[in-house]
Design a protein around this ligand. Structure first.
Ligand SMILES: Nc1ncnc2c1ncn2[C@@H]1O[C@H](COP(=O)(O)OP(=O)(O)O)[C@@H](O)[C@H]1O
Ligand SMILES: [Mg+2]
Length: 359
């Protein structure tokens, strides 16, 4: 699966663009502020219905324009290309189209077009809060279990309702009502997550040692509460504490992925450059695992990254990406930075002042 064609309208400084991509590597080259990240952001928007740079759509819509529009054609092996599109207007209206049908859901876009984003800020996966690592785990679970999305959305809603109830409850019986379903969903999600991390760990660890041969990295999954107690019992046991705090302290919403070198958290051992390499290795491992498990390919969006790696690591990253057979989008300030990454089916795009020309 690859994005064959992308049509952009009024997205950041890109007034309009119509791009035909290679199924292999696509390079976006241009000066600072030319619009390279915006192209990656538009692709990401098509797969997530939101930006990775701003949660405010009005920042992303081109100045003085009423709406943005991104349309893609997704090649599917043995089938006709699938048209997908999303538009968002300044007044908050969203329209998602898939295969010519309107009123579709953003989650369906994500299902169709799995992608991994690697940016210079991406090391927050390792140094930021647990939510970044939960998103990492859930990316894998989402693409592996079609039921995950509904279960996770329902669990979030139940948690909200439970928290609201906690603030007025006098007695556990007033909250217990929510807990049976909450516990059932929590166990399901916990099982998916644990299985996923177990399955992806070996590959992630071996890729990490290819990228950082001097360190032995270990991943372990934390489910969000202690290992011994069943969640339903824990919810009952912790009622008084949760009631005083006004929210549910333990549960799947606290899950995390612990990443260590030996027994020490990675951020205490690795340099920023090394952390970035590790993020690359982890994201590659996810993409490879997805393809192995589901036959789906994932797209890689790599922003300004070549500039942060020495040429040996650039070469390594490029070889790994080529091996995955995935479609890759890489931005860089100049062509020299991506020399080691070019390959025969690569395609160049030059970005200048919001205009994109194929090279
Ligand atoms: N909503 C918007 N409308 C028009 N221009 C924008 C908008 N948001 C950002 N820009 C401008 O778009 C330009 C391109 O940004 P960006 O894609 O980050 O460039 P690059 O990645 O090539 O350095 C910047 O000059 C920025 O000021
Ligand atoms: Mg940029």
């Amino acid at each position: 699966m690859a994005l064959e064609r992308l049509i952009i309208k009024d997205f950041r400084n890109l007034a309009e663009g119509d791009l035909s991509f290679s199924e292999g590597f696509n390079f976006l080259v241009g000066a600072n502020g030319s619009g390279k990240t915006s192209v990656l952001e538009a692709i990401h928007f098509l797969g997530h219905g939101r930006s990775f740079r701003s949660h405010l759509t009005k920042r992303v819509i081109r100045h003085d324009q009423p709406a943005l529009y991104v349309h893609g054609r997704i090649a599917q092996s043995g089938q006709q290309a699938l048209p997908t599109g999303i538009s968002k207007s300044r007044d908050g209206e969203t329209e998602v189209k898939i295969g010519g049908q309107g009123n579709q859901k953003v989650a369906q876009l994500a299902q169709i077009l799995p992608m991994q984003l690697i940016t210079p800020e991406g090391f927050e996966l390792l140094t930021g809060g647990p939510k970044f690592r939960r998103a990492f785990i859930d990316w894998g679970v989402f693409h592996q279990h079609p039921e995950f999305y509904a279960a996770w959305s329902r669990l979030k809603r139940l948690n909200k309702q439970r928290n609201a109830q906690l603030r007025v409850a006098q007695d556990y019986r007033q909250v217990a009502y929510w807990d049976a379903e909450l516990a059932m969903l929590t166990d399901k999600i916990d099982e998916w997550r644990r299985d996923y991390i177990e399955a992806v760990s070996a590959r992630a660890q071996s890729l990490c040692s290819e990228f950082l041969p001097e360190h032995q990295i270990r991943l372990s999954y934390y489910r969000g509460w202690d290992r011994e107690t069943p969640i339903q019992q824990l919810l009952a046991d912790n009622f008084e504490r949760d009631r005083q705090l006004g929210y549910t302290v333990s549960g799947a919403h606290k899950a995390d992925l612990r990443v260590k070198v030996g027994t020490i958290p990675v951020e205490d051992v690795l340099s920023r450059g090394q952390l970035k390499l590790m993020v690359c290795a982890l994201r590659l491992a996810q993409g490879l695992h997805l393809t192995e498990q589901t036959g789906k390919q994932c797209l890689y969006l790599i922003d300004d990254f070549a500039s942060e790696l020495d040429s040996q690591k650039r070469g390594l990253l490029s070889r790994c990406l080529t091996q995955t057979g995935a479609q890759v989008f890489i931005s860089a300030i100049n062509a020299a930075q991506i020399d080691e990454m070019s390959n025969e089916n690569g395609k160049m795009f030059y970005v200048e002042n919001g205009k994109i020309t194929a090279g």
